[in-house]
Design a protein around this ligand. Structure first.
Ligand code: X2X
Length: 363
């Protein structure tokens, strides 16, 4: 039988376009007979062996188990889906180009400026405060702000308190920081903080940062131990200042349009998977740095025995000098960054800041 020419050419093209449209359809319009995608792509900024990366893998595993294999989440590490541009993740997930992310609040802050709350210099400073903010009115406001931008938050995770390391000298006070070239993330509050402290900040993506440490093009950096231990920061830097100057929660969030289209049973299963994976991940990053609660949670609830129960000691054993600033020096760091604090409260939102103060006061 002779196939009409129109069907052979134009028809085939239309067919191909239809097929591609179905295949490439963005967030919120799943493909396939059960309207679910074969794979949901998750953006993760760092590598798989960090606590953050382990949390992402645990979520993928629990998501598969609790949905009976219907939801397959694949983590893409080191901002691979963004070609390294970590600050673009919230924008890409909101647009549906990426399904979900396990992401630092710092990297969300270009889309949700309220997230700067946690990096107001020397504001949060301990786990009790951090928990009060996440569980309190401020946390609810931040999750509402995410929803407004098209992102459905499932759980708070944690990168941790950010600590300073460098290869020049022990940093105990603002004078010691003077002139040090410090790699910071590309969010502008970090440039402001390190300028105020007299350092010479340079911003770059995390992927480039690791190369910069290796090549010694920067003197130092600031990141939590859940990242610093796996990247073996002691190979590049001799001094570590534990000053809890900024905190860095993670949020596991999904493209809201896609999320809203899931059946209720899937949403329930995924939310419980996210909460459990995040609780595990939080305990991992806190172990050895809190009052002992994290180790209890890991061993009792998750039956998991961390390889490195005391990360500060581990860094010291690998040749690092650990510095904990004396209270008077800590106060001088705080005083030097006070103008930055005032400027960035306005960017964060006076309302969120006021809610945070109420959360902290409600002991
Ligand atoms: O870039 C960083 O320093 C990192 C990995 O901590 C974040 O994603 C904010």
């Amino acid at each position: 039988m002779k196939i009409p020419a129109i069907w052979q050419q134009g028809g085939r093209a239309v067919f191909a376009i239809l097929f591609l449209t179905l295949l490439l359809d963005g967030c919120g319009r799943p493909t396939g007979s059960d309207r679910l995608k074969r794979e949901y792509r998750m953006q993760v900024t760092v590598g798989p062996t960090t606590s953050w990366g382990l949390g992402a893998q645990r979520f993928a595993q629990l998501a598969r188990e609790r949905t009976g294999g219907r939801i397959v989440v694949k983590p893409y590490f080191r901002s691979q889906l963004l070609k390294g541009a970590q600050l673009k993740s919230a924008q890409m997930v909101a647009a549906g180009a990426i399904d979900l992310a396990f992401e630092s609040t710092i990297n969300i802050s270009p889309v949700v400026p309220q997230m700067n709350l946690f990096v107001l210099p020397f504001f949060v400073s301990n786990y009790g405060n951090l928990d009060r903010l996440e569980e309190g009115e401020a946390g609810r406001m931040l999750f509402a702000a995410l929803r407004q931008k098209g992102l459905e938050p499932l759980a708070w995770g944690e990168n941790g308190f950010r600590q300073l390391t460098n290869n020049r000298r022990p940093v105990r006070n603002p004078e010691d920081l003077r002139g040090l070239r410090i790699r910071v993330v590309g969010s502008p509050i970090f440039i402001d903080i390190f300028h105020a402290l007299g350092a010479d900040p340079v911003n770059m993506n995390w992927g480039d940062a690791v190369t910069a440490f290796q090549q010694g093009t920067v003197d130092g950096q600031e990141n939590p131990v859940g990242i610093l231990v796996p990247v073996q920061i002691y190979q590049y830097h001799r001094f570590a200042t534990f000053w809890n100057y900024a905190c860095d929660p993670l949020v596991l969030y999904w493209c809201k349009k896609e999320w809203d289209a899931f059946p209720q049973d899937i949403r329930t299963a995924l939310r419980s998977a996210a909460l459990d994976a995040a609780a595990f991940e939080k305990a991992l990053v806190r172990v050895g740095l809190d009052d002992g609660e994290a180790l209890k949670v890991l061993t009792k609830t998750f039956r998991y025995h961390p390889l490195i129960p005391d990360p500060r000691n581990f860094l010291a054993q690998h040749g690092m000098e650990i510095i904990i600033p004396a209270p008077a020096d800590a106060e001088r760091f705080r005083a030097a960054t006070r103008p930055v604090m005032h400027k960035w409260i306005r960017v964060t939102g006076e309302d969120v800041y006021a809610a945070a103060l109420r959360d902290l006061a409600a002991q």
